[in-house]
Design a protein around this ligand. Sequence first.
Ligand code: FE2
Length: 318
Amino acid sequence: MSGSSRPSGPAADPVVEAATRQVMAALADPALRPVVRTFFDEETFTATHVVHDPATMKAAVIDSVLNYEASSGRTKHGSAQKVVDYVRETGLEVEWQLETHAHADHLSAAPWLQEQLGGKLAIGADIRRVQDVFGKIFNAGTEFARDGSQFDHLFQDGDTFSVGSIPAIALHVPGHTPADMAFVIGDAAFIGDTLFMPDYGTARADFPGGDARMLFRSIRRLLSLPAETRLFLCHDYKAPGRDVFAWETTVGAERAHNVHVHDGVAEDDFVTMRSARDRTLSLPSLIMPSVQVNMRAGHLPEPEENGVSYIKVPVNRL
Ligand SMILES: [Fe+2]
């Protein structure tokens, strides 16, 4: 970079810079700040966010939940129905059904919500890598396309979109899985499984394709957004000493207080801590149905000749 007067330091990140400009504009103009209503599913500790532009009443649904009873193999729509009721009562028009990633701990209700409410079903473009990895683990047949074509839209890092008249930008934040995305809508960032509440820490990085070092770098990108940026999480498990669920915080609060990645924590130290902690965690109880359904954009596996869909369990594999 001869001739440049740029000071040495972290490499420029044009996507984070664009997201920062968007957040600053929203902080300066209330009309660019979305309304967020969250529905918390206590069976899977998942926060589903409905975000809308109050000027146009256009909305996005982020990380919905299809209830699943493992013992009977039955799906139910109680959690998703609450979203439908709210959207209808409030008079919202859904433009997007967004998934921050292919979840391993709950099934997505996005296709069912799409039938009820409309909206384009979208996820990160690297879902293709997730489909490839899990397509092999579950020995899905050739009828299972691994090109992301089950979704209406695949986001790349830096892609811009909008919710009504509120501008939005997608950030690729891999680590928990290879395909994780964060969606920054006005001044609100929906960050999936990267950070949890400051008193709880960060998401695990040990699923196939996960990477603790990559997760740290993704988190540092998110934490370079303005301190006032609202952060909305995908999960909460309460923390020792806290007896209510919480899913909203800010960049400033995470930088000051996150027990795993507050300012000053070095990358190598984070990787050591995260890897050691992940070795103590058991797999989520719904990982088998979740992954097989969510890699298909929330659709059940193709029914067999008797018309029934089946969930497989690979023995001694995961
Ligand atoms: Fe997850």
